[in-house]
Design a protein around this ligand. Structure first.
Ligand code: ADP
Ligand code: MG
Length: 730
């Protein structure tokens, strides 16, 4: 048997596209199967009585609890539907703080005390389950004597059927809480933040006559998911990819992304087959994916759906990530969701397009065509900017992770400094308002005239600034800091909370002015003006990567939280605690628990990386280098034996290898010592800091020397799959 690297390379030459994704003669009509595996409105109407259906829809719309009888009726209908579709089991599907999803399968099948066999699913099984999740991270919320977690049905997100091989399981989206109802997941805080924001937005809408008949405001999210694909055999031949999701070592390929020829380029057949297959699976589950294309990095792709209500959009993104793994396996590919699988090549993010819309279909962040609509737009627009200015630090904390640290603040899109890009036209509008005197009628008139021109901005915003972490793109804000493998809910929860908090403040300030008999338009404009002045520092149109911006941001007093430990610290401040408790999104205990889980995840990720690197280097890299060095030495012996002079090349090769081998050996020892000491510290913060500022830099140093060895050692003797193979061979 050859080395794992060469066996893998031989294997993949034989590969061809999987039949699931190969185009048959006629294109399937998506409408004929879209959502067929979800308990959609259509299935509900078919499997529930008219009354039950109406009551359920009302309860969902108004976020009310269902009574026992109704839950039983829904459960019976849902079970019938699922069984007609071939499901044998059901599972509560939830989103623990590990970042992925979890499910515990139970059979419909039960045996009654008298011994008869029943297929049963009651309202209480639908509504609640005890998945015994004592091994999910809970950040100290669960004391050991009550280690259980409970899941509870979220009726606002449709139940669905997951097909795993031949098996079919009815999955019920749920929240995951302690016995006392404290959040152990991402979904509960998200739902609370959504409620908080939509209520605050509803109140602000009441300031505008056009909203007299408004019933509800919704938060919308359209995510864009970036990912890499590598061949399965190559993936398994790289222990670092397998264990950590990224390459801990590996010299850059001479051709990387310089030519930009991958972006929107031709999609390879096997990848194309994977994409088709994945899209079909998504469509069956009602995930409205629409666009697909190559991304900047070789082997990097992107997938985006149409936007949806935020809770459903997040469930769909979580589901998508699971589907990606399953579908890729069928195509003998592996999806890399890591934020930076390859050094020197663009990382992967998840752009979160966020907006607010009304039940009447109006986008509150869309400028509209009348000055009245524009004033409403401006209220929501400026409030959001003010919120980001005020809470940039926790927004940054929401995307903090060991893997995302390789993107944010590491010469890569976007920077760790949170700033807002709004385009030239809106910058001018805001500047004009900030300078206008609003004490007289003329000032207000001037601004209203200016607002009449806002619709022109659409054109302006087509020219986007790709370096901005937070950009206004015409009718929504695009948050680009979110990592590719993260649960969008963390950031969306913060976004909703800070925007809601600011809208409450906005409404309060406007009402204070109204009570002083200031005309409404003037009052609104005055608060907008205050907000613009208060939050000006966060607006930035220039190059987010430049050193000048770093210095400028520092002068402006904007936080630059480059690494996870600093960023996560933002969750622990009094300001954050007050924000979350005032809004009712998280209690202080929940916030603390959330923080502890995040910091623990950070430590564990780096610990696994550091151990993996040590092993790879000692077990694979050094032996290969030493073996090659012996070959060169043998050659030198032979030359000498035959009376030839030993050449400079051989001598230098031997020396160069020796130097790097020794350095690596020492550095691995040093890293292990530092790591052991770090692990013995008491406080998680201190351990995290040691990993961040001591262990991680040592890993970088080790990499420099191993990459040098990769350059020196003969290709046939190099044990690790190379960058060019990982990125280009499919
Ligand atoms: P592009 O960025 O190519 O111009 P779009 O503006 O149509 O394309 O949308 C980009 C992303 O923004 C898509 O994922 C889409 O779902 C999302 N999006 C569009 N409108 C909204 C909205 N009102 N709320 C949330 N997301 C949106
Ligand atoms: Mg985008």
């Amino acid at each position: 048997m050859g080395s794992p690297r060469f066996s893998a390379l031989e294997t993949i030459i034989e590969r061809s596209p999987h039949e699931n994704g190969v185009l048959k003669n006629s294109l399937p009509n998506i409408a004929s199967y879209f959502g067929c595996n979800t308990f959609s409105d259509e299935s509900m109407a078919k499997y529930l009585s008219r009354d039950t259906y109406d009551l359920l829809k009302d309860a969902i719309r108004e976020g009310k609890n269902l009574n026992r009888t109704l839950a039983d009726e829904v459960a019976t209908g849902m079970q019938k539907w699922a069984q007609d579709k071939g499901a044998t089991h059901y599972a509560h599907w939830f989103q623990p703080l590990t970042g992925r999803t979890a499910e515990k399968h139970d059979s419909f099948f039960t045996i009654t005390p008298d011994g008869s066999v029943l297929e049963e699913f009651s309202g209480s099984s639908l509504a609640q389950q005890e998945p015994d999740g004592s091994s999910f991270p809970g950040g100290g919320l669960r004391s050991t004597f009550e280690a259980r977690g409970y899941t509870a049905w979220d009726p606002s997100s449709p139940a669905f059927i997951l097909e795993i091989g031949e098996g079919k399981t009815l999955c019920i989206p749920t929240i995951f809480v302690t016995y006392g109802g404290e959040a152990l997941d991402y979904k509960l805080p998200l739902l609370k933040s959504e409620e908080y924001l939509t209520k605050a937005a509803f109140d602000v809408c009441q300031l505008f006559e056009s909203n007299a008949n408004l019933k509800k405001v919704n938060v919308t999210l359209g995510w864009e998911q970036e990912y890499f694909l590598v061949d399965e055999a190559l993936f398994y031949a790289r222990p670092d990819l397998m264990l950590t999701g990224r390459t801990l070592i590996g010299k850059n390929s001479p051709k990387g992304q310089q030519l930009d020829d991958h972006y929107f380029g031709l999609i390879p057949d096997r990848v194309y087959a994977f994409m088709r297959d994945l899209e079909k699976e998504c469509h069956k589950l009602g995930i409205p994916v629409r666009t697909r294309h190559n991304e900047v990095g070789p082997g990097q792709y992107e997938l985006a759906p149409m936007f949806e209500e935020v809770n459903v959009a997040i469930d769909h993104n979580q589901l998508l990530m699971d589907l990606m793994d399953r579908v890729a396996a069928r195509h003998q590919l592996r999806v890399l969701l890591h934020e930076k699988p390859f050094e020197g090549v663009n990382g992967s993010g998840k752009h979160n397009n966020w907006s607010l819309s009304t039940n009447t279909g109006k986008n509150l962040l869309s400028p509209g065509t009348s000055p009245g609509k524009s004033l409403e737009f401006l209220s929501f627009f400026v409030t959001t900017i003010r919120a980001v200015h005020e809470y940039a630090d926790i927004l940054r904390a929401s995307v903090a992770s060991a893997s995302n640290d390789h993107r944010l603040g590491a010469n890569e899109a976007p920077p760790a400094i949170v700033s807002v890009f709004i385009g030239e036209f809106l910058t001018k509008v805001l500047n004009d308002i900030a300078e206008e005197k609003l004490s007289d009628e003329d000032g207000v008139k001037d601004i209203m005239e200016l607002l009449a021109k806002i619709p022109e901005l659409k054109k302006d915003n087509t020219d986007r600034n790709r370096t901005s972490p937070f950009a206004f793109t015409g009718n929504k804000f695009e948050i680009r800091m979110v990592g590719s493998r993260q649960n969008c809910a963390a950031t969306m929860t913060i976004m909703n909370t800070i925007a809601g908090h600011q809208l409450v403040d906005f409404y309060g300030r406007v009402n204070d002015l109204l009570e002083k008999d200031i005309p409404k338009e003037t009052a609104i404009l005055k608060v907008i003006k205050e907000y613009i002045i208060e939050s000006k520092a966060v607006l930035f149109e220039g190059d987010g990567y430049s050193e000048e911006w770093r210095l400028e941001a520092e002068r402006r007093g904007l936080p630059n939280l480059a690494k996870t430990p600093e960023a996560l610290h933002s969750y622990t401040t009094e300001k954050s605690k007050n924000l979350f408790s005032e809004s009712g999104v998280m209690t202080n205990r929940e916030l603390k628990a959330h923080y502890e889980v995040m910091i623990e995840n950070y430590i564990l990720q780096l610990q696994i990386e550091s151990r993996t690197l040590g092993e790879i280097v000692i077990n694979h890299i050094l032996p290969a280098a030493i073996k090659y060095q012996s070959d060169v030495l043998t050659n030198m012996e032979k030359l000498k034996g035959l009376g030839f002079e030993v050449q400079k090349a051989q001598t230098e090769l031997v020396n160069d290898i020796s130097e790097n081998v020794s350095k690596i050996y020492d550095l691995v020892h040093e890293m292990t010592t530092v790591r052991r000491k770090a692990n013995e510290l008491d406080k998680a913060e201190d351990i995290a800091n040691e990993y961040c500022y001591k262990v991680a830099p040592l890993m970088e140093d080790i990499r420099v020397h191993t990459d040098r060895l990769e350059y020196l050692v003969a290709d046939k003797d190099w044990p690790m799959v190379k960058y060019r193979e990982l990125m280009f061979m499919k």
